[in-house]
Design a protein around this ligand. Sequence first.
Ligand SMILES: [Mg+2]
Length: 229
Amino acid sequence: MSIRAVVFDLYGMLTEDLGRDGYDALLRQMAAVLLLSADGFSAAWCQVGRRLTTGGFATLEEGLTHICNVLGTQADAERIEAAVELRVGYIRANLCPRDDAVETLTRLKSLGLKIALISDCGLEVPMLWSETPFAPLVDTALFSSREGLCKPAAVLYLRACERLGVLPEECLYVGDGNGQELSGAKAVGMTAVLIAVPGAVHYDYGRLEAASWQGPRVAALSDLMNLVD
Ligand SMILES: [Mg+2]
Protein backbone atom coordinates (compact mmCIF):
# COMPACT_ATOMS: atom_id res chain seq x y z
CA MET A 1 0.00 0.00 0.00
CA SER A 2 1.41 3.40 -0.88
CA ILE A 3 2.22 6.01 1.75
CA ARG A 4 -0.33 8.85 1.97
CA ALA A 5 0.63 10.38 5.31
CA VAL A 6 3.57 10.89 7.65
CA VAL A 7 2.98 11.02 11.40
CA PHE A 8 5.72 12.79 13.35
CA ASP A 9 6.90 12.72 16.92
CA LEU A 10 7.91 16.19 18.19
CA TYR A 11 10.85 16.11 20.64
CA GLY A 12 13.97 14.50 19.24
CA MET A 13 12.26 14.45 15.85
CA LEU A 14 11.11 17.83 14.55
CA THR A 15 13.04 19.55 17.36
CA GLU A 16 16.07 18.54 19.38
CA ASP A 17 15.22 16.54 22.48
CA LEU A 18 15.23 18.42 25.77
CA GLY A 19 18.76 18.22 27.17
CA ARG A 20 19.08 16.93 30.72
CA ASP A 21 21.16 19.84 32.01
CA GLY A 22 18.73 22.50 30.80
CA TYR A 23 15.75 20.54 32.06
CA ASP A 24 17.24 20.02 35.51
CA ALA A 25 18.22 23.70 35.68
CA LEU A 26 14.64 24.67 34.86
CA LEU A 27 13.28 22.50 37.69
CA ARG A 28 15.73 24.14 40.11
CA GLN A 29 14.63 27.62 39.00
CA MET A 30 10.96 26.72 39.35
CA ALA A 31 11.61 25.29 42.83
CA ALA A 32 13.40 28.52 43.82
CA VAL A 33 10.54 30.82 42.82
CA LEU A 34 8.10 28.54 44.64
CA LEU A 35 10.36 28.58 47.74
CA LEU A 36 10.65 24.79 47.63
CA SER A 37 13.69 22.56 47.92
CA ALA A 38 15.05 21.61 44.51
CA ASP A 39 15.09 17.90 45.32
CA GLY A 40 11.58 17.88 46.78
CA PHE A 41 10.15 19.80 43.84
CA SER A 42 11.94 17.66 41.28
CA ALA A 43 10.68 14.43 42.88
CA ALA A 44 7.11 15.77 43.09
CA TRP A 45 7.26 17.01 39.49
CA CYS A 46 8.30 13.55 38.32
CA GLN A 47 5.56 11.96 40.41
CA VAL A 48 2.80 14.01 38.81
CA GLY A 49 4.47 13.96 35.40
CA ARG A 50 2.03 11.47 33.94
CA ARG A 51 -0.94 13.53 35.09
CA LEU A 52 0.61 16.68 33.63
CA THR A 53 0.99 15.02 30.23
CA THR A 54 -2.37 13.28 30.10
CA GLY A 55 -4.69 16.15 30.88
CA GLY A 56 -4.96 15.41 34.61
CA PHE A 57 -4.81 19.15 35.30
CA ALA A 58 -6.73 21.77 33.36
CA THR A 59 -3.81 24.21 33.62
CA LEU A 60 -0.17 24.19 34.63
CA GLU A 61 -1.14 26.55 37.48
CA GLU A 62 -3.42 23.82 38.82
CA GLY A 63 -0.62 21.25 38.53
CA LEU A 64 1.86 23.46 40.39
CA THR A 65 -0.67 24.26 43.10
CA HIS A 66 -1.16 20.52 43.58
CA ILE A 67 2.62 19.98 43.84
CA CYS A 68 2.89 22.73 46.46
CA ASN A 69 0.07 21.12 48.44
CA VAL A 70 1.73 17.72 48.24
CA LEU A 71 4.91 19.31 49.62
CA GLY A 72 2.94 20.90 52.45
CA THR A 73 3.08 24.53 51.29
CA GLN A 74 0.74 27.01 49.69
CA ALA A 75 2.45 29.18 47.11
CA ASP A 76 0.74 32.45 46.34
CA ALA A 77 -0.65 33.12 42.88
CA GLU A 78 2.24 35.38 41.90
CA ARG A 79 4.85 32.72 42.63
CA ILE A 80 2.84 30.09 40.77
CA GLU A 81 2.59 32.45 37.82
CA ALA A 82 6.34 33.10 37.88
CA ALA A 83 7.00 29.35 37.81
CA VAL A 84 4.56 28.93 34.91
CA GLU A 85 6.38 31.68 33.01
CA LEU A 86 9.72 29.94 33.53
CA ARG A 87 8.30 26.69 32.22
CA VAL A 88 6.54 28.27 29.23
CA GLY A 89 9.69 30.24 28.36
CA TYR A 90 11.76 27.08 28.46
CA ILE A 91 9.34 25.12 26.27
CA ARG A 92 9.09 28.04 23.81
CA ALA A 93 12.89 28.21 23.51
CA ASN A 94 13.01 24.47 22.84
CA LEU A 95 10.36 24.40 20.11
CA CYS A 96 12.94 25.41 17.50
CA PRO A 97 12.89 23.27 14.37
CA ARG A 98 15.85 21.08 13.51
CA ASP A 99 17.76 22.40 10.50
CA ASP A 100 15.97 20.28 7.91
CA ALA A 101 12.58 20.02 9.64
CA VAL A 102 10.64 22.81 7.96
CA GLU A 103 12.14 22.03 4.57
CA THR A 104 11.27 18.32 4.87
CA LEU A 105 7.70 19.02 5.97
CA THR A 106 7.31 21.44 3.08
CA ARG A 107 8.64 18.91 0.58
CA LEU A 108 6.40 16.13 1.94
CA LYS A 109 3.37 18.39 1.65
CA SER A 110 4.31 19.38 -1.89
CA LEU A 111 4.16 15.67 -2.77
CA GLY A 112 0.55 15.69 -1.59
CA LEU A 113 1.23 13.78 1.63
CA LYS A 114 -0.76 14.52 4.74
CA ILE A 115 1.10 15.36 7.93
CA ALA A 116 0.21 14.62 11.55
CA LEU A 117 1.96 15.11 14.85
CA ILE A 118 1.58 13.00 17.99
CA SER A 119 3.43 14.34 21.01
CA ASP A 120 3.59 13.26 24.62
CA CYS A 121 3.82 16.70 26.20
CA GLY A 122 2.47 19.08 28.80
CA LEU A 123 -0.11 21.78 28.24
CA GLU A 124 2.52 24.34 27.20
CA VAL A 125 3.11 22.78 23.79
CA PRO A 126 -0.48 23.04 22.50
CA MET A 127 -0.58 26.55 24.02
CA LEU A 128 2.48 27.60 21.99
CA TRP A 129 1.87 25.46 18.90
CA SER A 130 0.37 28.18 16.71
CA GLU A 131 3.57 30.26 17.22
CA THR A 132 5.76 27.55 15.72
CA PRO A 133 6.69 27.22 12.05
CA PHE A 134 5.28 23.67 12.19
CA ALA A 135 1.67 24.73 12.71
CA PRO A 136 0.85 25.69 9.09
CA LEU A 137 2.55 22.54 7.79
CA VAL A 138 0.87 19.99 10.07
CA ASP A 139 -2.68 18.95 9.16
CA THR A 140 -3.54 17.62 12.59
CA ALA A 141 -1.63 17.75 15.88
CA LEU A 142 -2.44 15.45 18.78
CA PHE A 143 -1.00 16.45 22.15
CA SER A 144 -1.22 13.92 24.99
CA SER A 145 -2.17 16.65 27.46
CA ARG A 146 -5.18 17.52 25.30
CA GLU A 147 -6.08 14.01 24.14
CA GLY A 148 -5.94 12.55 27.65
CA LEU A 149 -3.54 9.73 26.87
CA CYS A 150 0.06 9.04 25.92
CA LYS A 151 1.80 6.89 23.35
CA PRO A 152 1.80 3.96 22.76
CA ALA A 153 -2.02 3.93 23.19
CA ALA A 154 -3.47 2.61 19.92
CA VAL A 155 -6.36 5.05 20.05
CA LEU A 156 -3.97 7.98 19.69
CA TYR A 157 -2.54 6.70 16.39
CA LEU A 158 -6.00 5.71 15.13
CA ARG A 159 -7.34 9.17 15.99
CA ALA A 160 -4.59 10.71 13.85
CA CYS A 161 -5.58 8.46 10.93
CA GLU A 162 -9.23 9.29 11.35
CA ARG A 163 -8.52 13.03 11.33
CA LEU A 164 -6.36 12.70 8.23
CA GLY A 165 -8.79 10.35 6.46
CA VAL A 166 -6.16 7.65 5.88
CA LEU A 167 -5.60 4.06 6.95
CA PRO A 168 -2.80 3.16 9.38
CA GLU A 169 -1.22 1.05 6.63
CA GLU A 170 -0.92 4.22 4.55
CA CYS A 171 1.14 6.00 7.25
CA LEU A 172 4.80 6.30 8.07
CA TYR A 173 5.34 7.00 11.77
CA VAL A 174 8.69 8.60 12.61
CA GLY A 175 10.16 9.28 16.03
CA ASP A 176 13.24 8.94 18.20
CA GLY A 177 11.77 5.99 20.08
CA ASN A 178 10.68 7.38 23.44
CA GLY A 179 7.76 5.82 25.27
CA GLN A 180 7.46 2.74 23.03
CA GLU A 181 6.12 5.00 20.30
CA LEU A 182 7.52 2.92 17.42
CA SER A 183 6.08 -0.42 18.51
CA GLY A 184 2.81 1.38 19.25
CA ALA A 185 2.67 2.69 15.69
CA LYS A 186 3.63 -0.69 14.26
CA ALA A 187 0.95 -2.42 16.33
CA VAL A 188 -1.82 -0.44 14.60
CA GLY A 189 -0.38 -1.16 11.15
CA MET A 190 1.78 1.90 10.46
CA THR A 191 5.32 1.61 9.10
CA ALA A 192 7.44 2.80 12.01
CA VAL A 193 10.78 4.50 11.39
CA LEU A 194 13.40 5.42 13.99
CA ILE A 195 15.27 8.69 13.62
CA ALA A 196 18.76 8.27 15.05
CA VAL A 197 20.57 11.57 14.56
CA PRO A 198 24.29 11.27 15.24
CA GLY A 199 25.26 13.13 18.42
CA ALA A 200 21.68 13.80 19.52
CA VAL A 201 21.28 14.63 23.21
CA HIS A 202 18.40 13.00 25.05
CA TYR A 203 16.67 13.81 28.27
CA ASP A 204 15.94 10.30 28.55
CA TYR A 205 13.51 8.04 30.15
CA GLY A 206 12.69 4.73 28.50
CA ARG A 207 14.79 4.85 25.37
CA LEU A 208 15.13 1.08 25.36
CA GLU A 209 13.14 0.85 22.17
CA ALA A 210 15.57 3.10 20.29
CA ALA A 211 18.50 0.96 21.42
CA SER A 212 16.94 -2.30 20.26
CA TRP A 213 14.94 -1.14 17.21
CA GLN A 214 15.39 -3.50 14.27
CA GLY A 215 13.02 -1.73 11.88
CA PRO A 216 13.73 1.03 9.36
CA ARG A 217 15.75 4.04 10.48
CA VAL A 218 16.91 7.39 9.14
CA ALA A 219 19.84 9.54 10.25
CA ALA A 220 18.22 12.87 9.32
CA LEU A 221 14.74 14.20 8.61
CA SER A 222 15.57 14.81 4.98
CA ASP A 223 16.27 11.07 4.54
CA LEU A 224 12.52 10.51 4.88
CA MET A 225 12.14 11.65 1.31
CA ASN A 226 13.71 8.34 0.23
CA LEU A 227 10.95 6.42 2.01
CA VAL A 228 7.97 8.10 0.40
CA ASP A 229 8.96 8.20 -3.27
MG1 LIG B 1 10.63 12.05 20.91
